[in-house]
Design a protein around this ligand. Structure first.
Ligand code: MN
Ligand code: MN
Length: 406
């Protein structure tokens, strides 16, 4: 094994597991009984991928039948590089099942500008690193400008024009979520592109200036994300013309008080506390080591996930005896089709953090535990042959992140 491969391999195998011989796949950590089968591969195979997808290679005995693929890593996506940063996307072209939402991961260097543009889709974003300056213009003729940092988010409704710029020492990185799985970040309405496709005489007439004003328009291929200079503060850069928007397009998600649960915490942002966000509802879930996002489903739409930190596994029940388990790591996109039951377990030694996003104006879930606690006792007991201990352990209070406390 070459040094490069060995180093990667060891980092994948870190966290209590050990180096594997070629062809060998580990049983589920700490629970070999549930995973008695060990796959062997005399033919060609990729041990690195198998190590990352333990629950596909060596599935729990409860998995059965066919489900669509519910995982795609941004690390498997093409990167488009520009002078001011880079971008990559996971849409329904990469993850076929993701019809409701498309994701984009974007890096803007300090001063780097995602050019003025708009699109048909609503745009929701979560800052994963650094600092950004965003601008927008609303339908009442109001301008918006704000500086945001890691843990903050924004939402621009369909058709609302906007820009983003990396500021501070090292710019920013953020996750964008668009309310259409077919969205293409390379097909937005770019200001530079439109200017290049309007006769100069029409531009001159529109802006009441000489035609020569437009002799040096840039090529749109050099714009999109271009290197710019760091702006002054918001007060000095705010437009002197026009009026300030009465709408708020940014939100401090991590400054919300979380719902504290036995195994972690949850923050929910939807149109009830961020009114402009009419097409995307979000929950940021943090699961402590040993904790689990409880068994639940969503009554409003598909769930699109972005894994921010740590590692976990999600089991999904698709009805008709079908169930499958997928493994996730930071930078992965996960997906749960509408109404399918699921849980997410932290399988690592560090916190697991991920976003649940829904194409909806409200967040909603149904807790299996809470439902059964709120159903007549004799009905549940007869139904599943369960005893009084089980019935008394049920909780009518919502505990989104659970943990076994011995
Ligand atoms: Mn945009
Ligand atoms: Mn969920």
């Amino acid at each position: 094994m070459a040094n490069f491969t060995r180093r990667n391999f060891m980092s994948f195998a870190a966290g209590g597991t050990m180096m594997l011989a070629a062809g060998e796949v580990l049983a589920h950590d700490n629970d070999t009984k549930a995973y008695p089968f060990k796959a062997d591969f005399p033919g060609p195979h990729d041990p690195l991928r198998e190590q990352e997808n333990k629950d596909l290679v060596n599935p729990p005995a409860t998995d059965n039948g066919t489900l669509p693929n519910l995982r795609y890593s941004f690390s498997d996506a093409h990167i488009r590089r520009s002078s001011g940063g880079w971008t990559r996307q996971v849409t329904n072209r990469e993850l076929g099942v993701s019809k409701t939402i498309a994701g984009v991961d974007m890096r803007l260097n300090a001063g780097g500008i995602r050019e003025l543009h708009w699109h048909k889709e609503g745009e929701w974003a979560f800052m994963t690193y650094g600092h950004a300056r965003v601008t927008a213009f609303d339908t009442e003729g109001g301008w918006f400008i704000d500086d945001i940092s890691a843990g903050d988010l924004w939402y621009f409704p369909p058709g609302i024009p906007h820009s983003i710029q990396g500021i501070g020492n090292d710019g920013c990185e953020f996750l964008l979520a668009f309310d259409d799985g077919g969205f293409d970040e390379d097909s937005t309405f770019l200001l530079s592109d439109w200017f290049k496709h309007i006769p100069p005489e029409v531009l001159a007439k529109n802006f009441n200036v000489p035609v020569s004003t437009f002799a040096h328009l840039p090529s749109p291929k050099d714009e999109y994300i271009f290197a710019g200079k760091l702006p002054g503060n918001v007060a000095s850069e705010s437009p002197k013309k026009g009026k300030k928007s009465t709408q708020k397009f940014t939100h401090r998600m991590m400054q919300q008080s979380p719902i504290i649960s036995a195994g972690g915490e949850v923050r929910i942002t939807d149109s009830s506390n961020f009114p402009v966000s009419k097409t995307i509802a979000a929950a940021l879930v943090e699961i402590a080591p040993g904790g689990m996002r409880e068994l639940h489903w969503h009554p409003n739409n598909d769930e699109w996930q972005y894994y921010l930190e740590g590692q976990g596994r999600m089991g999904v029940f698709a009805s008709s005896g079908q169930a499958r388990t997928f493994d996730y790591r930071a930078g992965d996109v996960g997906y749960v089709p509408f109404a399918m039951g699921h849980y997410i377990e932290n399988t690592g030694e560090t916190p697991l953090r991920f976003l649940e996003l829904f194409k909806s104006d409200y967040y909603a879930d149904i807790s299996l535990n809470q439902w059964l606690a709120s159903t007549p006792v004799e009905l549940v007991k007869q139904h599943l042959n369960l005893d009084d201990n089980f019935m008394s352990a049920l909780s009518a209070n919502k505990n989104p992140v659970v943990k076994n406390i011995p």
